[in-house]
Ligand binder design. Structure first.
Ligand SMILES: [Zn+2]
Length: 388
């Protein structure tokens, strides 16, 4: 096996199996070959921890991939098709045996302009800062003793647009410091670390997350109260009926007795913390926005809450917090687990981002871009290619 591929699998499995670094299926990794001709990168659709020599990565001709990403004519394309066009072109410069089954991570552009080893994650401890108006200044202070400063990149739509912004920011960093950045904070998105050895890149990821975690409020470890099963099943039934009434969708509802939700609801003003919209692309993709806060499990109360939530966010809610009872997700059991994890992460980020400074959420245009683009269009192109 190619040395770079072996290292990519090592890094991915190590990072993917460490809950301090990764939650759920988010995050991606890459390693460039010693001769600089190829980049091995995580593929979409396989979690980091499941990468093997047979699945979960792509090998691309690095120069060709860079040319595709740098093609500014792509900026003129409709946002509904830009990722599709890129995916189609990238398949042509893949040098592996996977055909067109799984595209390289849509975050490929942020990997190509950095050092040999790159890890990109969405850690809650880092996002507590990147989703706060004071976050940039606080991070600068936290990491001021580093031999070279961290780079802050302001928000851009994930994928191609962020890649363009990232490569300009890295180029000006390089001009100023005569080096590539090793730590990059992405506003409302996450962390990138990069280094010239496998050991260094892993220790850098851990160090940054540890440092960020240091100053944050953790949810107090407490036992969740035992809730009568009857109360839970009535709430599930009424949430399902209220969703059907308001959105005409008949979806199953799952319950989670999450201690984080109880801690959050005990904060001074949880309603105020849930008022800003999605904080990160993850929250917008998986939950459509902040959870709906319910004060009672009566169906008409739930319907009112859903209607005002939909008026505000212009989409359908997927997560609900019922005060004193817990968290509900309107989805299949598997999807509901993802939703509950993203909500719990968001509650942690909201609490801390507000303490660090004001919460900084995605704006309407940023949310809309995520709703219209990305994964869906890539899925569509795959279906098209596979039909041929
Ligand atoms: Zn990301």
């Amino acid at each position: 096996m190619d040395k770079a591929l072996k290292q990519l699998i090592d890094i991915s499995r190590t990072v993917g199996a460490d809950p301090a670094l990764v939650s759920g299926a988010s995050g991606n990794t890459s390693v460039k070959t010693d001769d600089g001709r190829f980049i091995y990168i995580k593929a979409s659709g396989t979690p980091l921890k499941d990468m093997t020599s047979r699945k979960g990565y792509r090998k691309l001709h690095l120069d060709n991939a860079i040319d595709i990403i740098a093609d500014t004519s792509l900026l003129k394309l409709d946002i509904n098709i830009v990722q599709t066009v890129i995916a189609r072109r990238l398949f042509k410069v893949c040098d592996d045996r996977f055909g067109s089954t799984s595209p390289p991570s849509i975050e490929l552009p942020l990997h190509t302009c950095l050092d040999k080893y790159v890890i990109h994650l969405h850690p809650v401890a880092v996002n507590a800062y990147t989703c706060s108006r004071n976050g940039k200044a606080k991070l600068q202070k936290l990491f001021e003793d580093l031999p070279q400063p961290a780079l802050w990149v302001s928000y851009a739509d994930p994928g191609f647009n962020f890649g363009q912004k990232m490569s300009t920011s890295v180029a000006s960093y390089k001009r100023r410091f005569k080096k590539l950045p090793q730590i990059v904070f992405m506003q409302n998105h996450g962390l990138i670390v990069s280094a010239n050895t496998e050991k260094k890149v892993l220790s850098l990821a851990r160090k940054v997350i540890r440092t960020c975690s240091g100053g944050l409020m953790k949810f107090k470890k407490q036992k969740t109260p035992a809730i009568d099963k009857k109360i839970i099943s009535i709430a599930k039934k009424n949430i399902r009926a209220a969703i059907l009434q308001t959105t005409y969708k008949n979806v199953p509802v799952q319950y989670f007795s999450a201690p984080e939700v109880f801690s959050f609801m005990r904060l001074q003003n949880p309603k105020r913390l849930l008022a800003p919209g999605s904080l990160t692309p993850d929250e917008q993709i998986y939950v459509n926005g902040p959870p709906v806060l319910l004060r009672s499990s009566q169906q008409d109360n739930i319907e009112n809450a859903i209607n005002s939530w939909m008026k505000k966010w212009n989409t359908k809610p997927l997560a609900f917090i019922l005060d004193g009872i817990g968290l509900f997700a309107a989805a299949s059991p598997k999807q509901a687990v993802t939703i509950s994890n993203v909500v719990k992460n968001s509650l942690f980020i909201r609490q801390n981002a507000a303490r660090i400074g004001q919460i900084n959420a995605l704006n309407a245009a940023q949310r809309q871009y995520i709703g219209m683009s990305e994964t869906d269009s890539v899925k569509r192109v795959l279906e098209l290619i596979e039909k041929k």
